[in-house]
Design a protein around this ligand. Structure first.
Ligand code: ZN
Length: 357
């Protein structure tokens, strides 16, 4: 009898100790994001963390906290989806380079940026992540290439205009206007001789005759331009002159050529300013995502174990990141703007789907 009592006590003790051990070091996560490991390639090399640890800091780097809860939730789902659609690097799910995968900032960097607002801001972002715990967008059962960009000012771009055509990355309306974001209309001024040099022009015509034609694509962006008898892809001009998007006009103003550019980014997928505008109109994040990624399904592994996640082996070779030339976002534009807008500046570059390479 005494023996049985000691055994019971021992069992209770070990159970309690095991519980403490779990709490201290191996706390079981109550969230799907907490159960999903993620390898992030940073400047200091690969870092292993959970999706729950990763997302608030990627969200912080991608969207201003002021954009509102529903826009932030939509953005959190889009980033989570991109992370799940990888791996995008041989030894990592994705990298922290805004020019390649998704922007990400560590805590010290965010503390420097936000100062006394750090705790309040990060709490808002953690909430956006937690309330969408584990949710991702799927098409035909697979996480989608949830591309996003800063702003479209009217219509988003069809993925087929830049990469391969994906059924859920088609041109849709986007509510943001120049009035919502006056800073999203920008201009780049180029002297005639600089333009001639950059485009390798050979013409005796006066500059006011050089711009012959700007041919729009289905979303109203410049598909190609004919300048002094030569033809250029809109995305090549964007890369060459550091334009913020391919939605531009080009004119001679009497002294120089002026590109007047609308929006920011490649224009494919969700517009971040559009998400903010939709949220301000009362749309929730599910409606926002359904608008920008038509035909997709919002999947929630919440309540399931880690096995509820789509799994990818990150040791498999990554898709070569042969990004379109236009995605070499402009260092000129980047240098001109505030840090958060810098991260908005470059479109989210996702590798073009395999079929296109
Ligand atoms: Zn990357």
């Amino acid at each position: 009898m005494k023996h049985a009592y000691s055994l019971a006590l021992w069992c209770m003790l070990t159970a309690a100790l095991a519980g403490l051990y779990r709490l201290a070091d191996h706390a079981p996560s109550a969230s799907a994001d907490g159960d999903r490991p993620l390898v992030l390639l940073t400047e200091d090399g690969p870092r292993t963390m959970t999706m729950a640890e990763y997302l608030p800091f990627a969200l912080a780097a991608e969207m201003p906290v002021s954009f509102g809860d529903e826009a932030l939730k939509a953005q959190a789902v889009a980033i989570r989806t991109l992370a799940l659609a990888g791996p995008r690097h041989p030894d990592a799910d994705l990298c922290a380079d805004a020019g390649c995968c998704v922007a990400w900032l560590d805590e010290p960097a965010l503390r420097r940026r936000w100062g006394a607002d750090y705790e309040a801001n990060i709490a808002v972002l953690r909430r956006a992540v937690a309330t969408t715990d584990g949710e991702y967008l799927a098409y035909a059962g697979e996480p989608i290439q949830a591309a996003f960009h800063a702003a479209s000012l009217g219509r988003t771009e069809d993925s087929g205009a830049l990469w391969a055509s994906l059924p859920y990355l088609v041109s849709v309306s986007s509510p943001e206007t120049a009035r919502d974001a006056p800073e999203l209309v920008s201009s780049v001024t180029v002297a005639a001789d600089e333009l001639a040099l950059a485009l390798d022009l050979d013409t005796d015509a006066p500059p006011e005759m050089w711009v012959e034609q700007l041919v729009p694509d289905g979303a109203g962006r410049v598909d190609r331009a004919v300048i002094a008898g030569k033809e250029y892809a809109g995305r090549d001009l964007r890369g060459l002159f550091g334009l913020r998007s391919t939605a531009f006009d080009l004119a001679w103003d009497g002294e120089a050529f002026v590109f007047t550019v609308s929006g920011y980014g490649h224009g494919v997928g969700m517009s971040q300013y559009g998400a903010r505008a939709f949220a301000a109109q009362g749309m929730d994040y599910e409606q926002i995502l359904a608008h920008y990624y038509p035909g997709t399904e919002l999947v929630s592994p919440a309540g399931q174990s880690a096995s509820g996640w789509p799994t990818k082996n990150i040791s498999t070779p990554a898709v070569a990141a042969s990004r379109p030339a236009s995605s070499n976002s402009s260092t000129v534009a980047k240098a001109m703007f505030l840090p958060w807008r810098t991260t908005l500046a470059r479109a989210v570059m996702y590798s073009p789907p395999a079929g296109r390479r």
